[in-house]
Design a protein around this ligand. Sequence first.
Ligand SMILES: C[S@@+](CC[C@H](N)C(=O)[O-])C[C@H]1O[C@@H](n2cnc3c(N)ncnc32)[C@H](O)[C@@H]1O
Length: 242
Amino acid sequence: MSKKSSNFVAVLEEKQHIGQLFDRIASTYDGLNHGLSLNIDRRWRRKTVSLMAPAKHVLDVAIGTADLTIEMLRQGKVEQVTGIDLSDQMMAIGQGKVERMKDLANEQVQFVHANAQAMPFEDASFDGVTCAFGCRNFSNLDEGLREMYRVLKPGGQVTILEFSYPTRRYIRVLYDFYFTHVLPTIGRIVSRDKTAYTYLNKSVKSFCWGEAFAQHLHDAGFKEESFETLTFGIATIYTAIK
Ligand SMILES: C[S@@+](CC[C@H](N)C(=O)[O-])C[C@H]1O[C@@H](n2cnc3c(N)ncnc32)[C@H](O)[C@@H]1O
Protein backbone atom coordinates (compact mmCIF):
# COMPACT_ATOMS: atom_id res chain seq x y z
CA MET A 1 0.00 0.00 0.00
CA SER A 2 1.35 3.49 -0.87
CA LYS A 3 2.13 5.97 1.93
CA LYS A 4 -0.75 8.18 0.78
CA SER A 5 -3.35 5.39 0.86
CA SER A 6 -2.10 3.98 4.18
CA ASN A 7 -2.43 7.51 5.63
CA PHE A 8 -5.95 7.66 4.27
CA VAL A 9 -6.88 4.33 5.93
CA ALA A 10 -5.30 5.42 9.24
CA VAL A 11 -7.30 8.68 9.16
CA LEU A 12 -10.51 6.79 8.42
CA GLU A 13 -9.88 4.50 11.39
CA GLU A 14 -9.35 7.51 13.69
CA LYS A 15 -12.64 8.97 12.45
CA GLN A 16 -14.55 5.92 13.69
CA HIS A 17 -13.60 6.92 17.25
CA ILE A 18 -13.51 10.67 16.80
CA GLY A 19 -15.63 11.46 19.89
CA GLN A 20 -13.18 9.59 22.12
CA LEU A 21 -10.19 11.30 20.49
CA PHE A 22 -11.64 14.74 21.29
CA ASP A 23 -12.73 13.61 24.78
CA ARG A 24 -9.07 12.82 25.49
CA ILE A 25 -7.72 16.22 24.40
CA ALA A 26 -10.68 18.41 25.48
CA SER A 27 -8.98 19.92 28.54
CA THR A 28 -6.02 21.22 26.52
CA TYR A 29 -7.87 21.86 23.23
CA ASP A 30 -8.52 25.61 23.56
CA GLY A 31 -5.07 26.49 24.89
CA LEU A 32 -3.32 24.49 22.17
CA ASN A 33 -5.58 25.90 19.47
CA HIS A 34 -4.88 29.49 20.39
CA GLY A 35 -1.21 28.90 21.22
CA LEU A 36 -0.29 26.81 18.18
CA SER A 37 -2.09 29.18 15.81
CA LEU A 38 -0.73 32.30 17.56
CA ASN A 39 -4.41 33.27 18.09
CA ILE A 40 -5.06 33.36 14.35
CA ASP A 41 -7.90 30.86 14.86
CA ARG A 42 -9.81 33.56 16.79
CA ARG A 43 -9.49 35.91 13.83
CA TRP A 44 -10.70 33.17 11.47
CA ARG A 45 -13.82 32.58 13.59
CA ARG A 46 -14.52 36.34 13.77
CA LYS A 47 -14.29 36.57 10.00
CA THR A 48 -16.49 33.48 9.56
CA VAL A 49 -19.22 34.96 11.73
CA SER A 50 -18.96 38.30 9.93
CA LEU A 51 -19.84 36.47 6.68
CA MET A 52 -22.94 34.85 8.24
CA ALA A 53 -26.39 36.17 7.47
CA PRO A 54 -28.18 37.03 10.76
CA ALA A 55 -30.34 34.07 11.76
CA LYS A 56 -32.73 33.48 14.64
CA HIS A 57 -31.93 29.86 15.47
CA VAL A 58 -28.63 28.39 14.28
CA LEU A 59 -27.35 24.82 14.42
CA ASP A 60 -23.61 24.77 15.19
CA VAL A 61 -22.43 21.38 13.97
CA ALA A 62 -19.40 19.95 15.84
CA ILE A 63 -19.73 22.77 18.37
CA GLY A 64 -16.79 21.43 20.43
CA THR A 65 -15.80 23.96 23.09
CA ALA A 66 -18.25 26.51 21.63
CA ASP A 67 -15.81 29.13 20.33
CA LEU A 68 -17.77 29.73 17.12
CA THR A 69 -21.08 29.84 18.99
CA ILE A 70 -19.68 32.38 21.46
CA GLU A 71 -18.45 34.55 18.58
CA MET A 72 -21.93 34.40 16.97
CA LEU A 73 -23.49 35.57 20.23
CA ARG A 74 -20.84 38.28 20.68
CA GLN A 75 -21.47 39.68 17.21
CA GLY A 76 -25.24 39.52 17.81
CA LYS A 77 -25.80 37.38 14.72
CA VAL A 78 -28.12 34.87 16.41
CA GLU A 79 -30.75 34.61 19.13
CA GLN A 80 -30.50 30.92 19.82
CA VAL A 81 -27.93 28.22 19.09
CA THR A 82 -28.23 24.45 19.22
CA GLY A 83 -24.83 22.76 19.13
CA ILE A 84 -24.19 19.11 18.40
CA ASP A 85 -21.04 17.09 18.97
CA LEU A 86 -19.86 13.52 19.59
CA SER A 87 -17.53 14.57 22.42
CA ASP A 88 -19.22 15.21 25.78
CA GLN A 89 -15.95 16.49 27.25
CA MET A 90 -15.57 19.16 24.54
CA MET A 91 -19.20 20.24 25.06
CA ALA A 92 -18.79 20.34 28.87
CA ILE A 93 -15.97 22.86 28.45
CA GLY A 94 -18.06 24.82 25.96
CA GLN A 95 -21.03 24.85 28.33
CA GLY A 96 -18.85 26.23 31.13
CA LYS A 97 -17.60 29.02 28.86
CA VAL A 98 -21.13 29.97 27.77
CA GLU A 99 -22.34 30.02 31.39
CA ARG A 100 -19.51 32.38 32.35
CA MET A 101 -20.62 34.95 29.75
CA LYS A 102 -22.78 37.10 32.02
CA ASP A 103 -23.96 39.45 29.28
CA LEU A 104 -25.52 36.53 27.45
CA ALA A 105 -28.19 35.99 30.12
CA ASN A 106 -30.97 36.27 27.52
CA GLU A 107 -29.27 34.11 24.97
CA GLN A 108 -29.87 30.44 24.68
CA VAL A 109 -27.38 27.73 23.83
CA GLN A 110 -28.34 24.09 23.92
CA PHE A 111 -25.75 21.29 23.73
CA VAL A 112 -26.86 17.96 22.25
CA HIS A 113 -24.82 14.77 21.93
CA ALA A 114 -25.47 13.82 18.30
CA ASN A 115 -23.77 12.65 15.13
CA ALA A 116 -23.64 15.20 12.29
CA GLN A 117 -24.22 12.36 9.86
CA ALA A 118 -27.57 11.35 11.43
CA MET A 119 -29.07 14.36 13.19
CA PRO A 120 -32.02 14.00 15.57
CA PHE A 121 -33.88 17.01 14.10
CA GLU A 122 -36.88 17.47 11.82
CA ASP A 123 -36.38 18.70 8.27
CA ALA A 124 -36.09 22.52 7.95
CA SER A 125 -35.63 23.14 11.71
CA PHE A 126 -32.94 25.85 11.62
CA ASP A 127 -32.55 29.33 10.10
CA GLY A 128 -28.79 28.84 9.67
CA VAL A 129 -26.18 26.07 9.98
CA THR A 130 -22.50 26.53 10.87
CA CYS A 131 -19.55 24.21 11.28
CA ALA A 132 -15.97 25.15 12.24
CA PHE A 133 -13.22 22.56 11.79
CA GLY A 134 -15.79 19.75 12.00
CA CYS A 135 -16.40 18.53 8.42
CA ARG A 136 -12.86 17.19 8.01
CA ASN A 137 -13.58 14.77 10.85
CA PHE A 138 -16.75 13.23 9.42
CA SER A 139 -16.29 9.62 8.36
CA ASN A 140 -18.58 10.44 5.42
CA LEU A 141 -18.49 14.12 4.36
CA ASP A 142 -21.43 13.86 1.95
CA GLU A 143 -23.70 12.34 4.61
CA GLY A 144 -22.86 15.25 6.94
CA LEU A 145 -23.47 17.90 4.24
CA ARG A 146 -26.76 16.27 3.22
CA GLU A 147 -27.89 16.34 6.86
CA MET A 148 -26.98 20.04 7.11
CA TYR A 149 -29.06 20.68 4.00
CA ARG A 150 -32.01 18.67 5.31
CA VAL A 151 -32.28 20.46 8.68
CA LEU A 152 -31.82 23.96 7.17
CA LYS A 153 -34.89 26.03 6.22
CA PRO A 154 -35.21 26.97 2.54
CA GLY A 155 -33.29 30.21 1.94
CA GLY A 156 -31.08 29.58 4.99
CA GLN A 157 -27.29 29.85 4.84
CA VAL A 158 -24.66 27.25 5.70
CA THR A 159 -21.30 28.67 6.80
CA ILE A 160 -18.30 26.38 7.14
CA LEU A 161 -14.76 27.10 8.33
CA GLU A 162 -12.22 24.39 7.60
CA PHE A 163 -8.50 23.86 7.18
CA SER A 164 -7.21 23.83 3.63
CA TYR A 165 -3.83 23.35 2.00
CA PRO A 166 -1.88 26.43 0.83
CA THR A 167 -1.38 26.70 -2.92
CA ARG A 168 1.93 28.63 -2.97
CA ARG A 169 4.94 26.33 -2.98
CA TYR A 170 7.10 28.19 -0.46
CA ILE A 171 4.17 28.50 1.96
CA ARG A 172 3.59 24.74 1.59
CA VAL A 173 7.18 24.05 2.62
CA LEU A 174 6.76 26.08 5.82
CA TYR A 175 3.31 24.65 6.39
CA ASP A 176 4.50 21.04 5.95
CA PHE A 177 7.36 21.59 8.37
CA TYR A 178 5.09 23.17 10.98
CA PHE A 179 2.27 20.62 10.66
CA THR A 180 4.56 17.58 10.42
CA HIS A 181 7.13 18.43 13.09
CA VAL A 182 6.29 21.40 15.33
CA LEU A 183 2.57 20.96 15.87
CA PRO A 184 2.51 17.18 16.60
CA THR A 185 5.45 17.52 19.01
CA ILE A 186 3.98 20.40 21.02
CA GLY A 187 0.52 18.83 20.78
CA ARG A 188 1.81 15.50 22.12
CA ILE A 189 3.68 17.10 25.03
CA VAL A 190 0.86 19.40 26.14
CA SER A 191 -2.14 17.11 25.52
CA ARG A 192 -0.19 13.96 26.51
CA ASP A 193 -1.92 12.24 23.61
CA LYS A 194 0.28 10.41 21.14
CA THR A 195 -2.01 10.41 18.13
CA ALA A 196 -4.37 13.41 18.18
CA TYR A 197 -2.03 15.98 16.67
CA THR A 198 -0.54 13.68 14.04
CA TYR A 199 -4.17 12.93 13.13
CA LEU A 200 -4.69 16.69 12.60
CA ASN A 201 -1.90 16.84 10.02
CA LYS A 202 -2.99 13.65 8.23
CA SER A 203 -6.66 14.64 8.21
CA VAL A 204 -5.94 18.02 6.60
CA LYS A 205 -3.79 16.45 3.88
CA SER A 206 -6.36 13.79 3.02
CA PHE A 207 -9.28 16.26 2.90
CA CYS A 208 -10.62 18.34 0.01
CA TRP A 209 -10.70 22.12 -0.17
CA GLY A 210 -11.62 25.02 -2.45
CA GLU A 211 -13.55 24.11 -5.60
CA ALA A 212 -13.61 20.43 -4.65
CA PHE A 213 -15.29 21.16 -1.30
CA ALA A 214 -17.70 23.60 -2.97
CA GLN A 215 -18.66 20.78 -5.35
CA HIS A 216 -19.57 18.57 -2.36
CA LEU A 217 -21.83 21.40 -1.12
CA HIS A 218 -23.44 21.57 -4.55
CA ASP A 219 -23.93 17.79 -4.67
CA ALA A 220 -25.64 17.95 -1.28
CA GLY A 221 -28.23 20.30 -2.80
CA PHE A 222 -26.86 23.74 -1.87
CA LYS A 223 -26.69 26.63 -4.32
CA GLU A 224 -24.69 29.87 -4.58
CA GLU A 225 -21.62 28.13 -3.11
CA SER A 226 -18.69 30.48 -2.61
CA PHE A 227 -15.46 30.40 -0.64
CA GLU A 228 -12.79 32.72 0.69
CA THR A 229 -9.29 31.63 1.67
CA LEU A 230 -7.63 32.90 4.84
CA THR A 231 -3.95 33.32 5.82
CA PHE A 232 -2.24 32.03 2.64
CA GLY A 233 -4.91 29.36 2.19
CA ILE A 234 -4.33 27.61 5.52
CA ALA A 235 -8.06 27.87 6.19
CA THR A 236 -11.11 28.53 4.02
CA ILE A 237 -14.62 29.82 4.72
CA TYR A 238 -17.41 28.34 2.59
CA THR A 239 -20.93 29.72 2.36
CA ALA A 240 -23.93 28.38 0.45
CA ILE A 241 -27.72 28.70 0.43
CA LYS A 242 -30.50 26.09 0.58
C1 LIG B 1 -11.54 20.43 15.76
S1 LIG B 1 -12.95 20.34 16.78
C2 LIG B 1 -13.79 21.84 16.38
C3 LIG B 1 -14.65 22.35 17.51
C4 LIG B 1 -15.20 23.75 17.33
N1 LIG B 1 -16.19 23.82 16.29
C5 LIG B 1 -14.10 24.78 17.10
O1 LIG B 1 -14.25 25.62 16.22
O2 LIG B 1 -13.12 24.78 17.84
C6 LIG B 1 -13.89 19.13 15.95
C7 LIG B 1 -15.13 18.67 16.70
O3 LIG B 1 -15.93 17.90 15.80
C8 LIG B 1 -16.58 16.88 16.54
N2 LIG B 1 -17.05 15.88 15.59
C9 LIG B 1 -16.30 15.16 14.74
N3 LIG B 1 -17.08 14.36 13.99
C10 LIG B 1 -18.34 14.59 14.37
C11 LIG B 1 -19.61 14.08 13.96
N4 LIG B 1 -19.72 13.14 13.02
N5 LIG B 1 -20.72 14.55 14.56
C12 LIG B 1 -20.63 15.49 15.54
N6 LIG B 1 -19.46 16.01 15.97
C13 LIG B 1 -18.34 15.57 15.40
C14 LIG B 1 -15.48 16.44 17.50
O4 LIG B 1 -15.97 15.70 18.58
C15 LIG B 1 -14.85 17.77 17.90
O5 LIG B 1 -15.43 18.32 19.05
